[in-house]
Design a protein around this ligand. Structure first.
Ligand SMILES: Nc1ncnc2c1ncn2[C@@H]1O[C@H](COP(=O)(O)OP(=O)(O)OP(=O)(O)O)[C@@H](O)[C@H]1O
Ligand SMILES: [Mg+2]
Length: 248
C-alpha cells in the first residue's frame, strides 16, 4: 500500500538519504532500523511531507505523495508521531485528542467522521486520565496520547518515530499491545523506527535496515540478522552503531 523507492535528500553537503526504500501493506508492522544518523527520521519526514525529497517515488495505494503538503499527505492517509513528542502540554488529554480529531475531520471528513474522542481515549487506555493536563502525565502515557492523536486522522499508514524511547519494560509491553491492536484492525499499516531491537523483533514481521542514507537489507527478522552488512553495522568489528549511542 505504501511504497517508497530510491529516495535521495541532501542538506547542504550532507547526503542524508542516498537511495532509501521501504514498503508496508495494510495490517502489517514493519521496522525501520539503523544506527544514529542513518536517515530514518529524514525518510519519515519525506514520506509525511515535512521535507521534499530531491529524488525518488513515494506512493500510497498507487497515488504519488511526493511534492504534496503535510496536510494533503495526512488527508491521503499517512499519520506520524515524532521522535520528540509534539503534544499540547497545557491542554487536557481529552482536549489533545479532540483537537487532533477536529483537525482530521476538516482535512478528511470521509474517513475521520465516524471516529469518536471517547473511543480513542478508551482504545488507548487514556479514559481514566482524560481530564489531566497532558504535561503532567507520565512519559509513557504521553506516548499513547500521541499515538491516539495520530490515529484520530483514521490513517492507512501510521509512522512511529522511536515510540519505545524512554519507556520502561511495562510501558514497552503496553506499546507492543497498542501496535498489535492497530495492526489487527486490518486496514492500517505501521512503520516503527526504534533502537530497542528486542521490541522491534517482537513487534515487526519485516525489517528495513538503513545505514548512511541507504537501505542495506530488508526481509523477515531472522534473515536480516544473518545479513553480513547488518552484522557489520550492529555487531561487527567496525560496529558503527555502538560507537555513536548504545543500542537500547
Ligand atoms: N534539517 C537538517 N539539516 C541538516 N542535516 C540534517 C537535517 N536533518 C537531518 N540531517 C542529517 O541527516 C542525517 C540523517 O539524520 P536522521 O535524523 O534522519 O537520522 P536517524 O536515522 O533518524 O538517526 P537517530 O537514530 O539518531 O534518530 C544525519 O547526518 C543528520 O545530521
Ligand atoms: Mg531519528
Amino acid at each position: 500500500m505504501l511504497s517508497v523507492s530510491g529516495i535521495h535528500k541532501s542538506f547542504g553537503g550532507v547526503l542524508a538519504l542516498a537511495g532509501a526504500s521501504l514498503d508496508c501493506a495494510a495490517s502489517e508492522v514493519v521496522g525501520l532500523i539503523g544506527p544514529n544518523g542513518a536517515g530514518k527520521s529524514t525518510l519519515v519526514n519525506a514520506i509525511s511531507g515535512f521535507l521534499v525529497p530531491d529524488q525518488g517515488m513515494i506512493t500510497l495505494g498507487g497515488q504519488p505523495l511526493q511534492g504534496r503538503s503535510p496536510q494533503e499527505i495526512s488527508a491521503a492517509g499517512v499519520a506520524r508521531t515524532f521522535q520528540n513528542l509534539r503534544i499540547f502540554p497545557d491542554l487536557t488529554v481529552r482536549q489533545n485528542v479532540e483537537v487532533a480529531l477536529l483537525r482530521a475531520r476538516r482535512l478528511n471528513p470521509d474517513r475521520a467522521a465516524s471516529l469518536r474522542t471517547d473511543d480513542l481515549l478508551e482504545t488507548f487506555g487514556l479514559a481514566s486520565r482524560a481530564r489531566e493536563t497532558a504535561g503532567s502525565l507520565p512519559y509513557g502515557t504521553r506516548r499513547w496520547m500521541e499515538i491516539a492523536r495520530a490515529m484520530a486522522t483514521a490513517p492507512r499508514i501510521l509512522l512511529l518515530d522511536e515510540p519505545a524511547a524512554g519507556l520502561n519494560d511495562e510501558e514497552t509491553e503496553r506499546l507492543h499491545q497498542v501496535i498489535t491492536l492497530i495492526r489487527d484492525r486490518g486496514d492500517v499499516g505501521v512503520v516503527v523506527i526504534d533502537h530497542d531491537l528486542a521490541f522491534i523483533n517482537n513487534v515487526c514481521s519485516r525489517l528495513f535496515v538503513m545505514d548512511q542514507g541507504r537501505l542495506i537489507a530488508s526481509g523477515v527478522p531472522a534473515d536480516v540478522w544473518r545479513d553480513p552488512q547488518v552484522i557489520e553495522v550492529y555487531v561487527g568489528p567496525g560496529n558503527r552503531a555502538d560507537t555513536t549511542e548504545p543500542i537500547r
